[in-house]
Ligand binder design. Structure first.
Ligand SMILES: NC(=O)c1ccc[n+]([C@@H]2O[C@H](COP(=O)([O-])OP(=O)(O)OC[C@H]3O[C@@H](n4cnc5c(N)ncnc54)[C@H](O)[C@@H]3O)[C@@H](O)[C@H]2O)c1
Length: 310
């Protein structure tokens, strides 16, 4: 390593330390003086993929806060069960079967929601799938489907519901992304691509809203690591337990109520992201190796319980 390279690395490290210190200070201040939470009572909250996992958890939580829930899922049974659970607790909910991999089905269901429930004021793009294989072993149709559900569906739901939010200058877009939308992971190439896409889309929409003066329409991106919902059964990171779905749901609801833009869970995951571009790739590789990130999918079996062969 030349002297100049050494100076550049030391400088970058200094910048990183300074940024971490400032971020830590801001976090500490917002921990001591948390921003007030907005009420979601009376809001119409549409959640895609509401038939299980995080989607069901968020539907129940927002309903308990007085929101009217619009549950979408391709899984009719799971979706109806979520709606039933909310109604049994005295909440308001309606369910719609929608295949979020199909643009026409999204527009059809959106029209039905507008005429039978009303204008959606909080849109939560949550439906997602994972193929869980090394890229060259992923069948083309599954790669396409991953992009259609995890990324493209966000375009069509946003086109369907954002215009009314902008007219009212009031609303909230919530995109359930993933920590895999912050860094590439071996065994998750198509999933990471779809989540990077979803994050880039949300960041751009936030900027478009900002330059158009729509300060009343908020955007929240959620980037969690592995959560114990079943989707990532068998995946693991060294010395790290999976996040609990209830904890993640609680954090998401609080982030929405505080109009927080980025929610990265666990917060330590954000460190890897901040290191990108600041330290040499070889050092980043080593820190990722130490976490077992690139072997985290080796034992993945997902909800079906076995790794499907090609
Ligand atoms: N579980 C994790 O470790 C984890 C981590 C980070 C991000 N996420 C993301 O969180 C979101 C929710 O995941 P989860 O863990 O609750 O998984 P999940 O499988 O329990 O929920 C996903 C839901 O999406 C629905 N869905 C799938 N394809 C659909 C389609 N074509 N149309 C409509 N609905 C469809 C499923 O039926 C299911 O109800 C996903 O976007 C996922 O990528 C999950």
């Amino acid at each position: 390593m030349s002297l100049l390279e050494g100076i550049v690395i030391t400088f970058r490290f200094g910048v990183l330390m300074m940024m971490s210190l400032i971020a830590g200070l801001i976090n500490l201040l917002s921990f001591i003086f948390p921003p007030g939470k907005k009420s979601v009572s009376g809001e119409i909250v549409l959640i895609t993929g509401a038939g299980s996992g995080l989607g069901r958890g968020m539907a129940l939580s927002f309903a308990r806060l007085g929101a009217t829930i619009v549950a979408w899922d391709i899984n009719k049974e799971g979706n109806e069960a979520t709606v039933q659970m909310i109604r049994e607790e005295g909440g308001k909910a309606s369910g719609f079967v929608c295949d979020c991999s199909k643009r026409d089905d999204i527009y059809r269901a959106a029209q039905e929601v507008k005429s039978s429930v009303g204008h959606v004021t909080i849109l939560i793009n949550n439906a997602g799938i994972v193929t869980g294989r090394k890229f060259l072993d992923c069948p083309d149709d599954l790669i396409q489907k991953t992009m259609d559900i995890n990324t493209n569906a966000h375009f069509w739901t946003t086109k369907a519901f954002l215009p009314h939010m902008m007219e009212q200058n009031k609303g909230h877009l919530v995109n359930i992304v993933s920590a895999a939308g912050l860094m590439g992971v071996a065994g998750l190439a198509d999933y990471c691509a779809s989540k990077f896409g979803a994050l880039g889309f949300a960041e751009s929409i936030r900027s478009e809203l900002s330059i158009q003066g729509k300060s009343g329409v908020h955007v929240t991106c959620v980037c969690p690591s592995f959560i114990n919902t079943g989707m990532f059964n068998g995946a693991e990171l060294k010395n790290t337990t999976m996040l609990g779905p209830d904890d993640v749901v609680r954090e998401i609801v609080a982030a929405v109520q505080r109009n927080q833009f980025m929610l990265v869970l666990p917060r330590s995951t954000a460190v890897f992201n901040n290191l990108k571009g600041l330290i040499p790739q070889s050092l980043l590789d080593r820190s990722q190796d130490a976490s077992g990130m690139h072997h985290s999918m080796d034992g993945w079996v997902g909800r079906q319980g076995t790794k499907k062969e090609k």
